[in-house]
Design a protein around this ligand. Structure first.
Ligand code: SF4
Length: 513
């Protein structure tokens, strides 16, 4: 497997600051998150609710597996024909009156968007929730340039007003509960009525009246897109609130930032993805609002349409087998909602705008890895490898396999080390013990000592190094009174079970396994 991303190679580069890269490693950040009981309660409730809704609507689809296969096949085709499809898409957008811009990285994309906004002579824009613009830190960049970007998606607005960071791909404020949202509105939102309660209806009404004024005065809107269709030059946003539709229809100028992997070859491919996406993401049969626009339509909707096609590490990822598979992602967030690691730590621990299982693969691919101390290098280990993410992924991305491959690359990158680390020494010692039955039996006997340090709950919570690496974050069950071998010897005094000497009999038994 060739790789454009190098994991585990110790280089002394300074990490580039980016909304894709965290400041601390996942284990450190996760420890802080795990100590926050309120956060864990909020996450457990929210992910549990979405999981149940998704399971219900997916189970009622008899052809769900075929749909997943179709989605995966379309994405494989897109990755194989990316240059050709991008050119086709560009030609169609221009043909329909749009303007296409190409951005190699975040800096280029931010500069292009800022110039387009300035050209309209405004200092405030409205925004539809967009992962691509979060990835490039567009809001922060615009703010530095004296342009205010107002998020119109409710959850995104909560994050923005709370001076917070998103914690989930789809539900950025998943880590907040209703009372926290009410407090944020009261302290940060202009024109909020006194006595606002945490009733969802009241909170929604407060956000609606705040945003309505913004919609009606905005001259420029910025959006992301869920899909860009090469055949027609159409782009589209799917959402639940209708705020996105206001953004893409009311202002005079619409600027869309699209990651180049968002392409679909044909308009009819939407048939597959508009079934897969809402069921996987919000557990709805259909998303309430699907807005599609193609270039400019005189007298209807924005009269200036610009699209910024964003690379930002994607072509590097495309050149790598793991990265290419990760680019299939349609950002439904189903893998986050089933992940036991995400459910306990939340999205901030991943340090990237792409958290959860797919973030653990995609982030290192997009950022590259500068060395062991790069926070992105810790992400492939942020998984129990239970496989739940693969089971729910609507485009069948084999996330656990990709994580294992990334871990293997990290190990391979270290093989040339002359001085073994603690982990190498532990593994060598384990191999020496396990390669000899007598040695293994002797070590087994010493394990019984562990019973002495266990508490009344039969758990060991503190071990000296190197065992402390485990007990710092997890308890260890006390060893049983008897080892398996001791039990076997006692309960089978006649020795091992006699196996039939007749090869035919053995073959038949094996066949029944
Ligand atoms: S990896 Fe799959 S399940 Fe996870 S967000 Fe992407 S498409 Fe959804």
């Amino acid at each position: 497997m060739t790789s454009g991303t190098f994991l585990g190679i110790p280089r002394r580069h300074r990490h580039e600051e980016s909304p894709l890269r965290g400041e601390t490693s996942f284990p450190k950040a996760a420890k802080t998150a795990l100590a926050n009981d309120q956060l864990r309660r909020n996450l457990k409730h929210a992910t549990g609710t979405i999981r149940a809704k998704r399971a219900l609507v997916v189970n009622e689809m008899p052809d769900w597996e075929q749909l997943r296969d179709a989605g995966a096949a379309v994405k494989t085709d897109v990755m194989a024909r990316m240059p050709e499809l991008l050119e086709q898409f560009e030609a169609k957008v221009i043909e329909r009156g749009g303007v296409v811009h190409w951005a190699a990285d975040a800096a280029e994309a931010n500069a292009i968007v800022t110039e387009l906004v300035r050209a309209q002579g405004v200092s405030e824009v409205i925004k539809v929730k967009s992962m691509a613009t979060q990835e490039i830190g567009l809001n922060e960049y615009l703010e530095e340039q004296g342009i205010a970007a107002v998020e119109t998606d409710l959850a995104e607005l909560i994050v923005q007003l709370g001076h917070d960071k998103p914690s989930h791909i789809l539900v950025p404020a998943i880590h907040r509960n209703r009372t926290e949202v009410r407090d944020i509105f009261l302290s940060e939102m202009t024109g909020v009525v006194e006595g606002l309660t945490d009733e969802p209806k009241q909170l929604a009404m407060a956000a609606r009246s705040y945003l309505r004024a913004k919609f009606l005065s905005a001259k420029v809107a910025i959006s992301g897109t869920n899909f860009g269709i090469a055949e027609t030059g159409t782009v589209g946003v799917v959402e639940s609130e209708g705020n996105g539709r206001m953004c893409v229809t009311l202002p005079e100028t619409l600027i869309t930032v699209m990651g180049i992997e968002k392409l679909l070859p044909r308009f009819e491919d939407l048939e597959v993805f508009l079934q897969l996406l809402p069921r996987s993401s919000t557990g709805e049969r259909m998303n309430p609002y699907t807005s599609l626009w193609t270039g400019v339509t005189p007298g209807d909707g924005p009269q200036n349409f610009h699209i910024v096609l964003l690379d930002n590490g994607r072509t590097n990822a495309l050149a790598d087998q793991v990265g290419r598979a990760a680019l299939h992602c349609i950002r439904c967030s189903a893998c986050l909602n089933v992940c036991p690691v995400y459910e306990r730590t939340g999205g901030h621990a991943y340090g990237s705008v792409y958290p959860g299982p797919i973030g653990a693969v995609l982030t290192p691919q997009l950022t590259g890895i500068t060395g062991h101390d790069d926070p992105s290098a810790s992400l492939p280990y942020a998984s129990s490898l239970c496989g739940a993410c693969y089971d729910v992924c609507p485009v069948k991305i084999p996330i656990p396999d990709l994580l294992v491959e990334l871990r293997a690359r990290a190990v391979d990158a270290d093989r040339s080390r002359t001085i073994p680390g603690g982990w190498d020494a532990a593994m060598r010692a384990a191999a020496w013990v396990m390669s000899d039955a007598k040695r293994f039996a002797a070590v087994e006997k010493t394990l019984a000592v562990g019973r002495l340090v266990a508490g009344p709950d039969k758990l060991i919570s503190t071990l000296p190094p190197p065992g402390s690496a485990w007990t710092r974050t997890r308890d260890m069950p006390a060893p049983p009174k008897q080892t398996f071998r001791q039990w076997w010897k006692e309960s089978h005094p006649e020795g091992s079970i006699a196996r039939s000497a007749d090869p035919a009999d053995t073959e038949q038994k094996d066949g029944h396994r």
